[in-house]
Design a protein around this ligand. Structure first.
Ligand SMILES: Nc1ncnc2c1ncn2[C@@H]1O[C@H](COP(=O)(O)OP(=O)(O)OP(=O)(O)O)[C@@H](O)[C@H]1O
Length: 244
């Protein structure tokens, strides 16, 4: 379970996250939606202890993530592609993470198989395509077999087969009883993958509901419901009428 209470983060004059509270429960895929710059990545970074909040707190399994003795056995996250040393091979990157978290080496081969990177495991990770880098990041998130998983834009850079694979992986992880929290800009993808949605705008909570309930607000069209919900908070929306 992920619990955020009054999370707040400022960058200079920008209030990136504004007293945000929500709970992400196990056994479901919870989508995290919001316009560009609404604070999704910042929120995920604070949950994972990578950014310190200016106010409020985030807990994973009841305590701050920084207090975990073996962090990757509590929660795994894909927060940015290429979060690895480019000169290391995929396999050596995963072995280092396993060693640091007292995870058996055999788990490295398991996760390489799960993400389909076996044949590229001995190549330097700096030579990986974006999609391969995403797969390595997902393998890293899974290495400690954690109950809680966060994925920031996991389908970024993946081909259609990869997108389908992510959808099935998210569903499977949730069916295993894990807490799965994922952001994506692809609303159609969210509609197919997520059970629940947390929608934010300008750092604030706009909705915490099911996909079905939010879609029903716009006659079954999740995209229309999302636009209606976020209309007042989107900073970077291009003109769709008139304009140019
Ligand atoms: N390191 C930083 N320094 C200054 N401002 C930042 C920093 N990180 C984020 N911000 C600002 O905080 C706000 C929230 O950014 P964040 O990346 O969390 O949004 P997001 O919802 O993940 O956006 P996107 O959908 O575009 O990925 C934005 O206004 C952004 O410019």
């Amino acid at each position: 379970m992920i619990d955020a209470r009054d999370l707040t983060k400022r960058y200079g004059a920008t209030l990136a996250v504004d007293r945000l509270s929500f709970t992400v429960r196990p056994g479901a895929v919870t989508g995290f939606l919001g316009p560009n710059g609404s604070g999704k990545s910042t929120t995920m970074r604070m949950v994972m202890g990578l950014d310190a909040p200016d106010g409020g707190q985030a807990r994973i399994g009841g305590r701050p993530y920084q207090q975990a003795r073996w962090p990757l056995r509590e929660a795994g996250a894909l927060l940015e592609a290429r979060a690895f040393h480019p000169g290391r091979t995929g396999r050596s990157h995963l072995r280092a993470l396993a060693a640091a978290n007292a995870v058996p080496r055999s788990r490295v081969e398991e996760v390489l198989g799960m993400v389909g990177l076996e044949s590229a495991a001995d190549r330097r990770a700096g030579t990986y395509s974006l999609g391969m880098a995403q797969r390595l990041g997902i393998a890293a998130a899974l290495i400690g077999d954690p109950a809680v998983l966060l994925f920031d834009e996991p389908v970024n850079g993946l081909d259609p087969e990869g997108v389908r694979w992510i959808r099935q992986l998210m569903r499977r992880l949730a069916a295993e009883g894990r807490t799965v929290f994922m952001s994506s800009h692809l609303i159609s993808e969210m509609a197919q993958t997520a059970d629940r949605l947390i929608v934010i705008g300008a750092g604030r909570l706009l909705a915490d509901t099911t996909v079905a309930e939010l879609s029903a607000r716009a006659g079954g069209n999740l995209e229309d419901a999302f636009f209606a919900l976020t209309a007042d908070t989107a900073q970077y929306r291009a003109a769709t009428e008139g304009g140019f």
